[in-house]
Ligand binder design. Structure first.
Ligand SMILES: Cc1ncc(COP(=O)(O)O)c(C=O)c1O
Length: 481
């Protein structure tokens, strides 16, 4: 009988790998000239892929050509220096290789014996993250897909551990009196989504007004908690920001930890954007109190320069993960296995099958060392200061919100003086810049007003590329006045 397999011959496989490497090399050879965005219509791109399910395969040559022309050549410039939108780090080259290697051995970090080395690497990366951020040594946690997932994981653990005595895993939330969650009005929307998913409901999420510096107003928070207690609610969880997505604001974490302690609440910190800047000597003082959190959400595809996707939740002890998620299943039974202290991730999270996301993080830290990473984060922050200085020195731009980290909120004003006209101009700039494509920048609304928002989180940026951002905005902006 003919041997049926999907494998190529070893020679063909090698030549395909070489071809894929060539595609990658071509992309990186021209990386500094890469456009921020390619303005091809949605309709056009949809058409490229609108075809019936292939019943027979095409040649790998044709397939590579399609990948090159339709995917690589039109890819948004996330890896290049002209990306400023959202929180898009440029990745790093060791991690590209790591992802390829991890895929090649197809380890499943669900059970220790399905991925022995990679389970231990997951654990090691979690410990390193605890140490790097000052959250703690000997912590527990989970390497997941994203910051949003880490926030959901954090609030899930918070809910299940806090209400363990009510046996909510068995009984559900039925019949319980409402419990409340607190965060600032600058918190990321994954907190809202998590509260909705966990059956707590948005009505019980208290968004406390932020101050002028976009950090939570502690006095208003205290008032709200007292009000809720008097009204019969049970304050359950306080969420602090270690770097908001809009402006990078860092809440007074020490004060928040005191409030959480006073009211016996779970203290969760969203450090997805800014949490890793704790490793900088220049910034560590801003994070006092982080060590008192019960859970910390981090995102390595942000300031650890990882390609998507890899996030991380930290908690103070593995037992919190286990008590939240453990569910027996006969086919996962490990009683016949050699034990030796194996940690089973499927017993410490909702997910069962999962890829080895931590390999790229581990290889990055091994290859570059924390010192190099620190230099890159500091460079992002310094370049943001440089941009703001350039704007302050100009007559046609204005800084609207500064950041302790690496986000600048600003506007192009040209020669316009009326504030509403300036805001309208900046709103019109967004689609115009997308069409132009040389740089990719988006906006946000802070204190009810629209601004352009530039996030520096890419080790390939420098002063010239920063000057270029203002030059392109100025050129496109002038055409709109
Ligand atoms: C503060 C903060 N929290 C959470 C997230 C969500 O992260 P992700 O996009 O990885 O889900 C972000 C994303 O920008 C963020 O800035």
């Amino acid at each position: 009988m003919k041997h049926l397999t999907l494998d190529f011959t070893i020679e063909t496989f090698r030549s395909l790998l070489d071809k894929s490497s060539s595609l990658i090399i071509d992309k990186y050879r021209t990386i500094s000239d890469q456009k921020g965005y390619h303005d091809v219509s949605q309709h056009e791109i949809e058409k490229w892929f609108d075809e019936p399910i292939p019943q027979e395969g095409i040649s790998t040559e044709t397939l590579f050509k399609i990948v090159e022309e339709k995917i690589f050549d039109t890819a948004t410039g996330n890896i290049g220096p002209h990306m400023y939108a959202y929180v898009m780090s440029g990745g790093n080259q060791i991690s590209i290789i790591a992802d390829k290697l991890a895929s090649a051995i197809n380890q499943n970090v669900a059970k220790w014996h399905l991925a022995p080395a990679l389970t231990e690497i997951d654990k090691r990366v979690i410990q390193w993250a605890g140490e790097m951020t000052g959250f703690g040594k000997n912590v527990g946690g989970f390497i997941g897909s994203s910051g949003s997932a880490a926030n959901l994981d954090g609030l899930t653990v918070a809910r299940n551990i806090f209400f363990e005595r009510e046996n909510i895993r068995q009984k559900g939330l039925f019949g319980m009196k409402p419990f409340t969650v607190y965060c600032s009005d600058q918190a990321h929307n994954s907190i809202d989504k998590s509260v909705q998913l966990l059956g707590i409901g948005s009505d019980n999420l208290r968004k406390i007004k932020s101050k002028k510096d976009y950090t939570i107003d502690i006095e208003l928070l205290k008032e709200q908690i007292d009000k809720d207690i008097n009204a019969g609610y049970m304050p359950f969880c306080l969420v602090g920001n270690a770097g908001t997505v809009n402006t990078g604001a860092i809440d007074d974490l020490k004060e928040l930890s005191n409030i959480a302690k006073l009211h016996n609440m779970w203290f969760h910190i969203d450090g997805c954007y800014g949490g890793l800047a704790t490793i900088l000597n220049s910034k560590v003082h801003l994070y006092k109190g982080l060590e008192f959190a019960d859970s910390l959400a981090l995102d390595f595809h942000k300031w650890l320069y990882q390609p998507f996707e890899v996030g991380c939740l930290l908690v103070k002890d593995w037992k919190y993960m286990n008590k939240t998620y453990f569910q027996k299943a006969s086919y996962l039974d490990k009683s016949l296995e050699k034990q030796d202290g194996r940690l089973e991730f499927n017993e410490h999270h909702f997910l069962l099958s999962r890829n080895a996301k931590s390999l790229k993080v581990w290889m990055t830290l091994k290859a570059f060392g924390l010192t190099r990473i620190k230099e890159m984060i500091q460079k992002d922050i310094d370049l943001t200061r440089y941009l703001n200085q350039k704007i302050n020195d100009s007559i046609d731009f204005e800084v609207v919100a500064d950041s302790p980290l690496a986000i600048s909120c600003f506007r192009f004003k040209g020669n316009i003086t009326n504030k509403q006209d300036i805001i309208d101009l900046n709103k019109r700039l967004i689609p115009a810049l997308e069409k132009d494509g040389r740089v990719f920048i988006t906006g946000t609304t802070i204190k009810g007003e629209f601004v352009l928002r530039a996030c520096f989180i890419n080790h390939r940026k420098n002063k010239e590329t920063t000057d270029y951002l203002l030059q392109v905005i100025r050129e496109v902006g002038q055409t709109l006045i």
